[in-house]
Ligand binder design. Structure first.
Ligand SMILES: [Zn+2]
Length: 231
């Protein structure tokens, strides 16, 4: 998980909400074209077109707008906060399918993300998560292995929350682990040519906001080369 710095919401979204009057209240389900795809694109942009939880590459077609604090729209027992459901600071982009998409669509590109139903936002549903990508230190809660698995940090203050989050989001789902391992393997190629200084610069580039899939896992693994005893 990588920290996501929330930016300004698109002006068109602000304008849409400001139309509220006695007869019309803005709600998430009323957020449709043209505003909704623009909000979705803004979320993708601020996340470097990677999933807010697992870090895989996503586009608008293969992601959905995720509510960090669940909107509980389909859960009649739970309180609904209408303002929070359309609050840009509560919205993220998670892997999976765009809302309204029919899962049995035979188009190939969707088959490549069917596994997303088993992890991240699709798996989580309305369940709370203990570590969020809006926490500045969220990356410190997790460790990675060269074979693509995610593990909780050793730090006792972080371990429980990390374990719960890995489980709720099912971040060790088979396909996800395989994709993470492949990204790590690719990043490790040719490293023996690099000086320590080169490696430090490379790690920084993976830790900064960027569009590289699983970049935080790659950064973690690269750090082992610098100081194998540090973790
Ligand atoms: Zn994901």
């Amino acid at each position: 998980m990588r920290y996501i710095k929330k930016g300004q919401e698109p002006q068109i979204f602000t304008d849409w909400k400001s139309q509220e009057n006695d007869n019309w209240k803005p709600t998430y389900s009323k957020l449709q074209k043209p505003e909704r795809p623009i909000v979705h694109d803004a979320l993708l942009e601020e996340q470097g077109y990677t999933c807010c939880y697992c870090g895989m590459s996503i586009t608008r077609d293969i992601s959905h707008i995720e509510h960090l604090q669940p909107q509980n729209e389909k859960d009649s027992d739970k309180p609904k906060d209408l303002a929070l459901a359309i609050d840009f600071s509560n919205l993220l982009a998670s892997c999976g399918f765009s809302e309204g998409y029919k899962i049995y669509d035979p188009e190939q590109k969707y088959e490549t993300v069917l596994h997303c139903l088993k992890h991240c936002g699709c798996k989580r549903g309305n369940n709370p998560i203990s570590v969020s990508p809006l926490q500045l230190d969220c990356a410190d809660f997790f460790r990675f292995t060269g074979s693509g698995e995610i593990r909780p940090a050793e730090d006792p203050d972080k371990k429980k929350a990390a374990s719960e989050t890995i489980q709720t989001l099912n971040l060790n789902y088979d396909n996800l682990v395989a994709m993470r391992e492949e990204a790590i393997d690719q990043a490790l190629q040719g490293l023996e040519e690099l000086t320590v200084e080169d490696l430090e610069i490379l790690i920084q580039s993976y830790e900064m906001p960027n569009q590289q899939a699983f970049s935080f896992a790659i950064a973690y693994i690269l750090k082992q080369f610098l100081d194998p005893k540090s973790t």
